[in-house]
Design a protein around this ligand. Structure first.
Ligand code: GDP
Ligand code: IMO
Ligand code: MG
Length: 447
């Protein structure tokens, strides 16, 4: 029997997929950075530069878009074939990270040969497609995500491997020409000077990426066989999944755990665990149904205190109470072994905290997320309330827990413990950790 097909069940979890359980920006970057300390490889499996993962280390703030969050700890960081790669955006990000003192050589970073490319014309197409939708625009990040995945599905995409082909300039020219036709015929626009300049830069890019090509699927398979620990870093969130999210207000990839297999090229049996990152309340950027969305004082307080402005686009995020109907759906799609609850501190100071455990649709109580994506637009939240808790950051709860003065979550005020336990009880997802600040240290692991 072929060595690779001789599967050995792992005694301890070696492969963990980290998934955003809501609409993105749950704090995946922070959690992956914390978990990366005890991992050997971090691999991104989908999405592209639409992602914005923040990692705070001391006084430094890193915003990662295409680079896996493990790169900050110098861990082997891989970009899988499921990621749409914008070489110009990645080059800029690598230069920025290097300037901030992060080492990125082919030793730290490997990029799948098959990662489909985002070209400057994909970005133009993204903008034009959005504009043509008028009032029904998705509110994309305009990073060319949808058009690049469309080209992959149409079998017209260029891939990272093409950058190193002898006839790269010709391939690029042909792909740009095809986009030009669409832009002119469908949207009556010509490629502007800025886009032309980017295409020229892209033509000259091969030497910058020489050596970063990696056989990501073989490398991950070999690492798992050797008992190494691999973190699969998801981007976006389960409710933005192309098939199961709030379609059509979704992204064009599969952030759900199943996407990790396709995006890296490993069989389902090689995934040991799936862990959720769950924000203690909800946010969403862009259009689409958001049943528990708030407006007014509490919405603004959450936005300000939580710094809820897009990491990639700077747009203000829509804010609302925690939606447990949606979280249970997310759990069904992903099968979470546990969750990391983030940003609990942002709720500190609210006299009361509401959460939604059921919807009302056409006068009926609904506890399961509707299968019909249009039904969520008509859903009204049914709220339950709990007593609030004070400012968590003031008391340095994480430090108290770390110093062993209390056990795990017991370091938190009683009402905060009651809230997170309620989330766990109603979602059915065990708590792994609770975050009470953006820093690495501000995390309390449940005992
Ligand atoms: P990601 O896309 O899931 O990685 O999340 P983002 O980085 O886009 O957004 C999460 C934001 O919340 C970032 O600014 C983080 O630094 C910050 N953050 C993460 N965890 C916590 C936390 O527990 N408390 C607070 N106050 N901020 C947090
Ligand atoms: P991270 O990884 C939050 C949203 C956009 C838009 C929709 C489609 O940081 O959590 P796209 O550009 O993907 O075609 O936009 O998806 N979106 C995100 N929202 N966090 C993200 O990434 C997102 N990436 C895309 O706002 O509504
Ligand atoms: Mg983000």
């Amino acid at each position: 029997m072929d060595k690779k097909s001789d599967f050995k069940p792992y005694s301890k979890p070696h492969s963990t997929v980290i998934v955003g359980a809501q609409w993105g920006d749950e704090g995946k970057g922070k959690i992956v950075d914390v978990l990366a300390e005890r991992s050997d490889i971090v691999v991104r499996y989908q999405g592209g530069p639409n992602a914005g993962h923040t990692v705070i280390v001391g006084s430094k703030k890193f915003k990662l878009h295409l680079l896996p969050s493990g790169v900050i700890r110098g861990k082997r960081s891989l970009i899988g074939a499921g990621v749409v790669l914008d070489p110009l955006a990645l080059k800029a990000e690598m230069e920025e990270m290097r300037a901030a003192g992060v080492k990125i050589t082919p030793k730290e970073l490997g990029i799948a040969y098959r990662a489909p490319l985002i070209l400057p014309t994909h970005r133009l197409l993204d903008g034009m497609q959005e504009e043509s939708k008028k009032g029904k625009a998705v509110g994309t990040t305009k990073r060319g995500i949808g058009p690049a995945y469309s080209d992959l599905a149409l079998r017209t995409a260029l891939m990272f491997a093409d950058v190193f082909a002898k006839d790269w300039p010709k391939k690029l020219e042909a792909a740009v020409f095809a986009h030009e036709e669409i832009l002119e015929k469908m949207f009556s626009i010509k490629i502007d000077a800025l886009c032309r300049k980017s295409i020229k830069e892209l033509e000259a890019i091969p030497p910058f990426f020489e050596g970063f090509q990696a056989n990501v699927n073989l490398e991950v398979t070999d690492a798992l066989d050797a008992g190494k620990k691999v973190l699969f870093e998801g981007a976006q969130g389960a409710l933005l999944d192309n098939s199961f999210g709030t379609y059509p207000f979704v992204t064009s990839s599969h952030p759900i755990a199943g996407g990790a297999c396709i995006g890296v090229g490993v069989p389902p049996r090689s995934i040991d665990r799936v862990e959720a990152v769950v924000k203690a309340y909800c946010t969403r950027v862009g259009s689409g149904p958001f049943v528990t969305e708030l407006s007014g004082k509490v919405a603004d307080e959450l936005r300000q205190k939580g710094g809820e402005f897009g990491t990639t686009t700077g747009r203000p995020r829509r804010t609302g109470w925690l939606d447990l109907v949606a979280l249970r759906f997310s759990h069904r799609l992903n099968g979470f072994a546990g969750m990391h609850i983030t940003k609990l501190d942002v709720l500190g100071g609210q006299p009361e905290i509401s959460f939604c455990n059921s919807y009302e649709i056409a006068g009926k109580k609904v506890t399961e997320y509707p299968a019909d994506p249009l039904a969520t637009e008509k859903a009204k939240p049914v709220y339950q309330k709990m007593a609030g808790f004070g400012d968590l950051s003031e008391k340095e709860w994480a430090k108290v827990a770390k110093e062993g003065k209390t056990k795990g979550l017991d370091a938190l005020p009683k009402n905060a413990i009651a809230y997170v336990n309620k989330i766990s009880e109603l979602s059915g997802i065990p708590i792994i950790s609770v975050s009470v600040g953006p820093e690495r240290e501000s995390i309390i692991f449940a005992k």
